[in-house]
Design a protein around this ligand. Structure first.
Ligand code: F6P
Length: 321
């Protein structure tokens, strides 16, 4: 059983990471386990940027966006020497378990650190929902709600001007934000990296069909992974005659107070991570499967393939014409 654990957040921040840090800290302390907070991801383990946490270290953070532990992507840690140095520093600190809150890249680091003798547990935190082993990642719900609210505002102005608005939401490899937000705001077309698209068939023709039935303003939602919206904006304007504007929502989706769903799931996952370390487990990732919190071997989890919800995609298209 772990006697001293460290907790860090790594990769892109996500709303709800603080709730996970809080749960890890409180669950550990209440079991008599010492907790070390690590700043700026794996960099903190390399540089000794750490501090001992107490019950009050995580007061008043549950509702805050970002991560109080700060975050970073660490090129130095991505080398065998970096992993060894981090493991040696853990041993110097007496750390015999690490909870890593982040995405797949962070889990690869957790797997390597476990391999160097420091048991690690991963907790999925990223707004993209792009972790193949988990149905849900901390921050996804907040990001979607933020994007939805922003697009509702864009709709007001698109409607007033009889325009088409093309909105890019985050998601480099994963179209989950685009898909769900697209349904929620009634997008005429949704473009995601998982589904090859044809601009004529999937955007222009759909807009033309809608124009013929009297619709005058439109929203097209595009996932970041499609690769830029300028061309799409130009083509829509040229081929339909609709005045068209493009908006990239960007990092606004990463900030803000986490939703109830993110706070609760983050709390449950953080708590489970400590239970696993207490049970002497290592190289595990805590995930959501069919609404249950379960855990998988990190190496197996990293090899899993994410499936895109094609049924939901089809529904979105059918009901927005
Ligand atoms: O992985 C989360 C995410 O927000 C992606 O959606 C986006 O592509 C990327 O991070 C942006 O990274 P950065 O904050 O480093 O620009």
């Amino acid at each position: 059983m772990a006697k001293t654990i460290a907790v860090l957040t790594s990769g892109g921040d996500a709303p709800g990471m603080n709730a996970a840090v809080r749960a890890v800290t409180r669950a550990a302390l209440s079991r008599g386990i010492k907790v070390i907070g690590v700043r700026r991801g794996y960099n903190g383990l390399l540089n000794g940027d750490v501090f001992e946490m107490n019950l009050r270290s995580v007061s008043d953070i549950l509702h805050k966006g970002g991560t109080v532990l700060y975050t970073a992507r660490s090129p130095e840690f991505n080398t065998p020497e970096g992993v060894q140095k981090a493991a040696d520093n853990c041993r110097k600190l007496g750390v015999d378990g690490v909870v890593v809150i982040g995405g797949d890249g962070s889990f690869r680091g957790a797997r390597d650190l476990t391999g160097a003798g420091i048991p690690c547990i991963g907790v999925p935190g990223t707004i993209d929902n792009d972790i193949s082993s988990s149905d849900y990642t901390i921050g996804f719900d907040t990001a979607m709600n933020t994007a939805m609210e922003m697009i509702d505002r864009i709709r007001d102005t698109a409607q007033s001007h009889d325009r088409c608005s093309v909105v890019e939401v985050m998601g480099r490899r994963c179209g989950d934000i685009a898909l769900e937000v697209g349904i929620a705001i009634g997008a005429t077309s949704i473009l995601v990296p998982e589904v090859p698209y044809d601009l004529e068939r999937d955007v222009i023709d759909r807009l033309q069909t809608n124009l013929k039935t009297g619709k005058k303003h439109f929203i097209v939602v595009v996932a970041e992974g499609i690769g830029g919206i300028d061309n799409i904006v130009r083509e829509i304007e040229a081929q339909t005659g609709l005045e068209t504007r493009g908006t990239v929502l960007g990092h606004v989706q990463r900030g803000g107070s986490p939703t109830l769903r993110d706070r609760v799931i983050a709390s449950r996952m953080g708590y489970r991570a400590v239970e696993l370390l207490e049970e002497g487990k290592s190289n595990r990732v805590v995930v959501m499967k069919d609404n249950h919190i379960v855990d998988y071997d990190i190496t197996e989890a990293l090899n899993m393939k994410k499936t895109f919800n094609t049924k939901l995609y089809q529904i979105a298209h059918e009901i927005s014409i």
